[in-house]
Design a protein around this ligand. Structure first.
Ligand SMILES: Nc1ncnc2c1ncn2[C@@H]1O[C@H](COP(=O)(O)OP(=O)(O)OP(=O)(O)O)[C@@H](O)[C@H]1O
Ligand SMILES: [Mg+2]
Length: 248
């Protein structure tokens, strides 16, 4: 579903991502791990074209995408969340969710006048979808609150929930469990498994190894911008190079 080959990005003299390869199979939950500063977030930024790569190619759903804008990539069905959640603090949780919905008839000014019934019906459906998703991440009771009033963990949940509003094929999560309490982490993991069974593919950066090992079909390991290993969680756990990279 997603493949990247020979990806490279330098910041000044630092090779943040260096000749990296990554493959995400359709229907999988794929993990991306590595020590702090390994280049994981930068790789996400390159995959979703939030920053331009110096070299390499990215293929999503059979199409090269490295020339596309991030919003065009999102429209193709690949969305991502940020390590530090980006939510609109002065809007309510529900408003944040509705902004995540795409291609609504009401976004075209004339349709509001010419097809009011359809616009109202779509809004109702989006609202119901938003409520159902908020419910599933345990944020339903906060729907009317300002997003700015949420805890760091709750913001991460909201960002993930909002990404789901577009019904993506592939969702890239940058540390979904960071700053989230253990009960909520379990809930997030359960949700990811459910959404995955419903057909959604995941690529997840995470330092919490329990999360990675319990969720992932395959894990890719990055260290100092380069591929260190890839394999099943069991293979990765026993890989001497991986252990060394983590223990320093
Ligand atoms: N915009 C930037 N300008 C300069 N250097 C950057 C920039 N973004 C990242 N870096 C550097 O690139 C390297 C990789 O950073 P990146 O954030 O991708 O790592 P990471 O694997 O996501 O780390 P963490 O686990 O701490 O989130 C780091 O040395 C970082 O300081
Ligand atoms: Mg990061």
């Amino acid at each position: 579903m997603l493949a990247a080959y020979g990806l490279g990005k330098s910041f000044g003299g630092l090779r943040a991502v260096d000749d990296a390869k990554l493959e995400v199979a359709q229907g999988s939950i794929t993990g991306l791990i590595g020590p702090n500063g390994a280049g994981k977030t930068t790789l996400f930024n390159l995959l979703s074209n939030f920053i331009r790569s110096d070299r390499g190619r990215v293929i999503f759903d059979g199409e090269p995408i490295q020339h596309l804008q991030p919003h065009q990539i999102a429209q193709m069905g690949m969305v991502r969340t940020f390590q530090v959640a980006r939510v609109l603090s002065r809007l309510s949780v529900m408003e944040n969710m509705l902004l995540g919905a795409q291609k609504q008839t009401g976004e075209n000014f004339w349709n509001v006048w010419l097809q009011p019934k359809q616009v109202i019906e779509e809004e109702k459906q989006q609202r119901e979808r938003a409520e159902a998703i908020l419910e599933s991440v345990g944020l339903a009771h906060m729907a009317g609150a300002y997003a700015g009033a949420l805890s760091g963990g709750q913001r991460k949940l909201l960002e993930m929930a909002r990404a789901l509003m577009t019904d993506p094929k592939l969702i890239l999560l940058d540390e979904p469990a960071a700053g989230v309490n253990p009960t909520l982490i379990n809930q997030i993991c359960d949700r990811i498994v459910t959404w995955n069974r419903e057909g959604m593919t995941f690529l997840i950066i995470e330092h919490n190894m329990d999360v990675i090992m319990s969720l992932c079909d395959r894990v890719w390991v990055l260290a100092e911008g380069r591929n260190l290993a890839d394999g099943t969680p069991a293979e990765i756990q026993q890989n001497a190079q991986v252990l060394e990279a983590y223990l320093g």
